[in-house]
Design a protein around this ligand. Structure first.
Ligand SMILES: [Zn+2]
Ligand SMILES: [Zn+2]
Length: 162
């Protein structure tokens, strides 16, 4: 989804954030992808238009945007955070092989927190549902035929991508 400079300015202003060209470029790049990129991937993309940009600027900007509630950090593998500019309630489909993360909008899942058996003394602010498995192209590569294989989808032990 293409986001205009005006939209960016409006969003930043609403959060009391100063709009700088670099900040706006980083936010725009993230808002226009659904790939949940790492900071590194985002840096490589933005650096094409902003050769003076440093990786640190990207890290720092992402944490500023995160504090402002404009982006979310998604961390399923503990080694490399991924970032998401979609801060409306949604859920994720996570490929354990290629590490693709797909958004899943599902109204029934959004309602879960009213139905789940959460202790009354726990104050729920939000929730997010994750589905682990293999994406269409990884299945097509036939690396993951449903079989008697002992490999189950434990996110704790995904195969490391080299
Ligand atoms: Zn995959
Ligand atoms: Zn997402």
């Amino acid at each position: 989804m293409v986001i205009s400079q005006n939209d960016i300015r409006t969003k930043f202003k609403a959060q009391g954030l100063k709009v700088t060209p670099q900040r706006a470029a980083i936010y725009k790049a993230l808002a226009e992808t659904t790939s949940h990129p790492t900071a590194e991937a985002l840096f490589q993309q933005v650096a094409q238009d902003y050769p003076m940009m440093s990786p640190n600027t990207v890290y720092y900007t992402l944490s500023t945007l995160k504090e402002a509630g404009l982006v979310k950090e998604v961390n399923y593998w503990h080694d490399r955070s991924r970032f998401d500019a979609n801060v409306t309630p949604h859920h994720h489909l996570i490929c354990l092989d290629c590490r693709a993360i797909f958004d899943l909008e599902d109204h029934a899942l959004n309602e879960l927190q009213h139905k789940a058996n959460v202790p009354k003394n726990f104050q729920v602010l939000s929730h997010q549902v994750e589905f682990y498995g293999y994406c269409a192209s990884c299945q097509k590569a036939q690396r993951h035929q449903p079989s008697t294989s002992s490999r189950h989808s434990h996110v704790q032990s995904p195969r490391r991508k080299s």
